[in-house]
Design a protein around this ligand. Structure first.
Ligand code: ARG
Ligand code: ZN
Length: 866
């Protein structure tokens, strides 16, 4: 069944307050739910309560059991025909957390009871108006065996606790802030914790606790540091402070996503909490910092102001991603962070936007809302917010955000309400800008320019190419800010003297052109000689920028905007790879530019590692009409080798300089040294020569950090599998007891180009460490395989068949994870006929499987129709 935004209706009742009692027993849990309901209108109407997979024991209205003909029940709802204008409705349900492998609602992970309610998990706990525009004040009593569950947590503040003579005990939690049911959380179990505290700008004391499996306490320090930094940052940047006296975070091993922002009780995938140098990579540390911040920032953008309905998801997610990206940029290096975020957008969102499941950041329909927690809603959503930030400028942006918080605090609102607040402080009318919320697919922007030496004028012609929507609908040109500069011979920024139309003068003063039409041209005067054009600086608009290649070498050397330097380097590498695919040789200019960067000692090391990277296979696939994965892989491998041959001596020298034990901390300098060193080792290993293999072996053995150990292991296993046997065994023996580290081991296996990869993946699935019920393990092994271009796209179709088989198996266990895996097939309609036929076979098997979930049904249906 398809749900449409345009069919939105406010609920007929509100649940003003909700009193929940959880009686946790070994085999089942009883949920007693007392709701104070209030009808919105004057006429009697039925009360519809959502429920999913519930055993109903009892229904009472005002404490009296109601006759069975006063209500009706089906698969999805409990309807009370006329409970009255105001009443207390009580329902008692029985649930089975141990049997809940979908990980939605109340489930048990490694002995710990925990919940995931966004978006529709609460209805798997009790009957409720389970939608975000129903905001209720929750009081929660949790009762369990003291020895099994010494820790009992829920949202808000702890009001009371006590014990019973039979060995059971209870805790009573009250959250004073009205909230939708998707923000409800409960945790019960035997957990260790670390504690700290924070004083808000207003002087309020907040107790901070991070709960983890006993023994893991020391690995939560980085998460705690990140939490405190986030709290301070939101006060300094947005004037937003925390509003309860306690902030709890719980880490669990089985979790469908990264983390969840439940009010006062965040629940996290342990991957985003636990880290130390021995077991976590630099990327893991950064991931923790950003996800901790993301969930913390939701307290204002998501919880205090929430979404009216799930079509508004980007209201909280796009905005909160923008906030966490800004935070990370402030904590780390701004340009390095920006490149990471753009890489991720291009790697995950651009392909989505180009494929059969493309949707606007604010979708208008869905079958299964869980399928819309996408890179588009999150990452493109964040880019849309970033454009607003660019258009308004820092000061007006802050004023508009203040207005948004003041106006809508405590409400469930729409993206239009957010845009209203932005409009009050915007230098331009945002009506056209709003198209970013309702249109899909990535626009391209083509730039052409001509310079007239006689008049000293440069004319820039810009053409917007707006693709049709998935269903063939024509779409309108966007309004977007384009940051640009004209650069002189030494890379200096020349003054922008725009002639004629100066409508957007306030923006121009900040180096921004406002693009509003599908074709327009701008003329700049006062230029003594031809400047180089630096376009879409900082990647200010989420478009595919097509610009002349002639300035690329200069831009990559001297542009004062680091992002454009990176962009120029990537674009040069891309055109080089494309030429190689046409049978041409690598141009000496490319190798020379590469060397130039390699030898530049003034560059920040992390930035340099980024400048020396090549576009990924996914990125290269985007520019091909008919995707030929094998041609891309061949060219990429060949270019790597040529670079290694051309730069070998410099690379070895630099590698040796950087491979020093001094570089082992978490400061930018050391992280950068590791990033660059491992990038160089990657090129050197492309030669598969004895000297490089020795370096990698030595690095594996000597490494002090997981970053170095894992990089060496991966390069060895992928490039020199015989040499890798001993380190692979060593790694397994060291870490087989640690689930999080084993996910790295499984990804190394599953992402290998070696011919026996599929059989190794199958063998790993039989390993005692592997468990198909744990999403992290599934993603690391099966998910990595589905992203492995060498083997997913194997000529004999074995990769597609394997992944399809796993989707079917997983769907019976956890439909959300199965649907996630189905996304691997999104390139379907762009493959050559041979691959397409094989993919179709595999997908049709999935589609024909009896009892397939609506999650998988929706994704596979769209792919096959596309
Ligand atoms: N709101 C969470 C976050 O972005 C994600 C929860 C997604 N849950 C889901 N069932 N799809 O931090
Ligand atoms: Zn979020």
């Amino acid at each position: 069944k398809t749900i449409y935004l345009k069919e939105y209706e406010a609920p007929a009742y509100h649940i003003l307050s909700t009193e929940l009692t959880f009686e946790i027993f070994e085999e089942h849990t009883l949920v007693i739910n007392r709701m104070a309901i209030k009808r919105r209108g004057d006429v009697p109407v039925p009360l519809l309560l959502d429920g999913d997979d519930l055993e109903l024991l009892c229904v009472k209205v005002d404490d009296v059991k109601i006759p069975t003909d006063a209500y009706e029940r089906n698969e999805e709802t409990l309807t009370l025909f006329d409970p009255g204008a105001e009443a207390t409705v009580q329902v008692v349900t029985k649930i089975y957390p141990d049997k809940n492998t979908a990980l939605e609602g109340l489930y048990r992970s490694g002995g710990i009871y925990c919940t995931q309610c966004e978006p529709h998990g609460f209805r798997r706990i009790t009957y409720f108006i389970d939608r975000p525009d129903n905001m209720s004040v929750f009081t929660v009593k949790v009762i369990a065996e003291q020895s099994v569950c010494p820790v009992l947590l829920s949202n808000g503040n702890l009001e009371e606790e006590g014990s019973f003579p039979d060995g059971r005990h209870y805790a009573l939690w009250k959250d004073p802030f009205p909230k939708p049911s998707y923000l409800f959380a409960l945790v019960a179990g035997d957990l260790g914790r670390i504690s700290d505290n924070f004083t808000t700008a207003e002087g309020n004391e907040v107790a901070l606790h991070i709960y983890v499996d006993k023994g893991n306490e020391p690995r939560a320090d980085h998460a705690m540091r990140s939490l405190k930094a986030s709290m301070r940052w939101d006060e300094e940047t947005y004037g937003r402070s925390y509003d309860l006296s306690v902030y709890n975070i719980v880490a669990v091993d089985s979790f469908n996503m990264g983390a969840m922002e439940n009010k006062g009780l965040n629940i996290f995938n342990s991957h985003y909490v636990l880290a130390d140098e021995e077991t976590a990579t630099d990327a893991d540390f950064l991931g923790i910092e950003s996800v901790i911040a993301h969930e913390y920032f939701h307290n204002w953008t998501g919880n205090r102001i929430t979404c009216r309905d799930w079509f508004q998801l980007t209201l909280k997610e796009g905005l909160t991603v923008f906030r966490d990206q800004s935070f990370s940029a402030d904590m780390q290096s701004e340009v390095v962070q920006r490149i990471r975020d753009v890489d991720m957008l291009r790697e995950r969102q651009f392909p989505e936007d180009a494929g059969p499941t493309a949707h606007p950041i604010k979708p208008e329909q869905y079958i299964e809302i869980n399928n819309f927690y996408t890179a588009t809603v999150y990452e493109k959503g964040s880019e849309v917010i970033r454009m607003l930030h660019t258009i308004l400028g820092e000061k007006a942006w802050r004023a508009a955000m203040d207005l948004y918080f003041e106006t809508f605090d405590g409400q469930a609102v729409r993206t239009e309400d957010f845009l209203w607040a932005m409009q009050q402080h915007s230098p331009i009318d945002l009506a056209q800008f709003a198209l970013w919320y309702s249109q899909e697919r990535t626009p391209s922007l083509c730039a052409e320019h001509s310079y007239d030496p006689a008049s000293g004028r440069l004319t820039l012609k810009l053409e917007q190419i707006v693709p049709d929507a998935v269903d063939g609908r024509k779409q309108q040109p966007y309004c977007m800010p384009l940051r640009l500069a004209l650069l002189g011979h030494a890379g200096e920024e020349l003054p922008l003297q725009l002639e004629g139309d100066t409508g957007a003068q306030p923006l121009l003063e900040r180096g921004i052109l406002l693009i509003t039409r599908d074709e327009e041209s701008f003329t700049f005067g006062g230029l003594a000689s031809e400047p180089a054009l630096s376009l879409n600086r900082h990647f200010g608009a989420p478009v595919v920028m097509e610009y002349p290649q002639e300035d690329v070498m200069n831009l990559m050397r001297f542009d004062s905007d680091g992002f454009v330097r990176y962009e120029a380097a990537q674009s040069f590498a891309r055109s080089t790879l494309e030429a190689m695919m046409r049978g041409e040789a690598v141009s000496p200019q490319f190798l020379e530019s590469f060397k130039h960067i390699l030898e530049d000692e003034s560059l920040d090391l992390q930035f340099k590692a980024q400048l020396l990277s090549l576009p990924t296979v996914t990125m290269l696939m985007q520019t091909q009409q008919t995707v030929d994965v094998h041609a891309i892989l061949e060219a990429s491998d060949a270019l790597r080798r040529e670079i290694a041959v051309a730069c070998e001596a410099t690379m070895r020298h630099l590698y040796a300089l950087l491979h020093r034990p001094a570089h082992m901390g978490l400061e930018a300098e050391s992280i950068g040294a590791r990033a660059l060193k491992n990038r160089l080792l990657g090129y050197l290993m492309a030669q598969q020569d004895a000297e490089s293999i020795d370096s990698a072996m030595a690095q594996y053995e000597e490494s002090h950090t997981m970053t170095d150990r894992l990089a060496a292991l991966q390069l060895l296993h992928h490039g020199a599998p015989e040499a890798a046997e001993a380190p692979m065994r060593d790694f397994y023996e060291r870490y087989s007891g640690d689930m999080l580290v084993m996910t790295k081991y499984f990804s190394v296996i599953a992402s290998s180009p070696q011919p026996d990869t599929l059989s190794r993946v199958r063998a790993a699935m039989e390993d005692e460490v592997f468990n198909i019920k744990v999403p992290n393990l599934v993603r690391s092994l099966i998910g990595s395989f589905a992203r492995n271009p060498y083997h997913f796209h194997a000529y004999d179709g074995s990769g597609y068949a394997f992944v399809a088989e796993q989707i079917i198996a997983l769907d019976a266990i956890n439909p959300m994870i199965a649907a996630g895996l189905s996304g691997a097939f999104k390139t379907y309609n762009r493959l050559n006929a041979h691959s397409r036929a094989q993919m179709r076979d595999a997908l049709e098997k999935v589609q024909a499987h009896r009892g397939i979930s609506k999650n998988v049904y929706e994704i596979v249906g769209k792919i096959l129709a596309g």
